[in-house]
Design a protein around this ligand. Structure first.
Ligand code: SF4
Length: 338
């Protein structure tokens, strides 16, 4: 069934949506893989960024800290260069229309699509005592986040393409049933590098405690980098090292690429030791984030200003969301509201 809405919301020209999970420790993997890119996209797109607190509830851990984590994530995004004058930055739960759209979209999504999602199976293995509906419906909520604003582009790395494809399938199915409503969101592929953690084995992640927080002090950054795994065969300072198997060397690429040839030569000839090499990396990381950390601290001292920015973002997001939700309700045949 497709009903004609009274005021269909036009599809915008070039609108980006991205959701950022709330965490107390946004780390350099998040920065290099996503946040940096979100800042750049503001030059080319109308951007809407959401701190997705509802998504965090699926694991039911850290809920006591959730509000603080949302605030901290907003601090980092603003300090990194998200400009609230031109970009909408808001908190997911502050726009309740998303939850209703999630419910309405759930009516067109076959269960089998959701049960097959690899991340659902992975989470179900990780938390067998709490395989909740939110985990199953996660991709539907993600789709609601995107289509709530008729976003045309979603910035993702190649590894996330299957997630976006599921959102696109949901959009196609909705449009087939109820008429052309949403654009199929396109991937805005980022050159998101795979940032390994300090263990040199797995993707950098706070939950694996192998991360370097963006907002850490210079001293804490140096301390964490000192713990990084290097070339396991380099047992003594006088042994030549193998930069090609060393994650510290990989990280230099992102923070001081011009020094890499020199480090390569010094490492392979035992000219420098790993302690020196890590010290250089710490200095480069601290230099890169010095101004961001200062801006973050300034914002942290003015929590009411940050809350006002998020409230304004929620108002602007909600103004769009209300119209889109009304269109969806009408297309699905729900009776007019009182
Ligand atoms: Fe890695 Fe640097 Fe040590 Fe070489 S000197 S093994 S690149 S940390």
């Amino acid at each position: 069934m497709s009903l004609t809405p009274t005021h269909p919301v036009p599809i915008p020209h070039g609108r980006v949506f991205a959701g950022i999970r709330a965490t107390s420790d946004q780390h350099i993997g998040n920065y290099l893989g996503a946040i940096n890119n979100f800042v750049d996209l503001q030059e080319r797109f109308d951007c809407i960024y959401s701190v997705v607190d509802l998504h965090s509830l699926t694991t039911l851990t850290d809920t006591d800290a959730l509000a603080d984590n949302v605030h901290e994530t907003a601090l980092i995004l603003l300090a990194a260069g998200i400009d609230p004058a031109r970009t909408i930055l808001y908190v997911q739960s502050h726009v309740p229309e998303i939850s209703e759209l999630h419910l309405l979209l759930s009516m067109v999504v076959p269960n089998g699509w959701l049960m097959r999602v690899p991340t659902f199976k992975e989470k179900a293995r990780e938390q067998p005592d709490n395989v909740n509906y939110g985990l199953v419906g996660y991709p539907v909520l993600q789709t609601a986040d995107i289509v709530m604003y008729k976003a045309t582009h979603v910035p993702i790395g190649k590894d996330q393409l299957p997630h976006l494809e599921l959102a696109r399938e949901i959009v196609r199915r909705f449009n087939q049933h109820f008429g052309q409503t949403f654009p199929e969101p396109q991937p805005e592929l980022t050159n998101a590098p795979l940032i390994l953690g300090l263990d040199g084995q797995r993707k950098m992640s706070k939950s694996l405690d192998n991360h370097i927080p963006i907002a850490a002090s210079d001293q804490d950054t140096a301390k964490r980098i000192r713990s990084a795994v290097t070339d396991p065969q380099r047992a003594r300072r006088t042994d030549p090292g193998r930069p090609d198997v060393c994650n510290v060397y990989s990280l230099h690429e992102f923070f001081d690429p011009e020094k890499r040839p020199w480090i390569y030569e010094q490492c392979t000839t035992a000219g420098i030791g790993c302690v020196d090499c890590k010290g250089l990396l710490s200095d480069a990381v601290n230099d890169r984030f010095r101004s961001l950390r200062a801006r973050r601290d300034e914002l942290a001292a003015k929590p009411d200003d940050v809350r006002a920015i998020l409230a304004d973002g929620a108002d602007r997001a909600q103004a769009i969301a209300k119209d889109v939700l009304l269109e969806v309700q009408q297309r699905m045949g729900l009776p007019p509201q009182r």
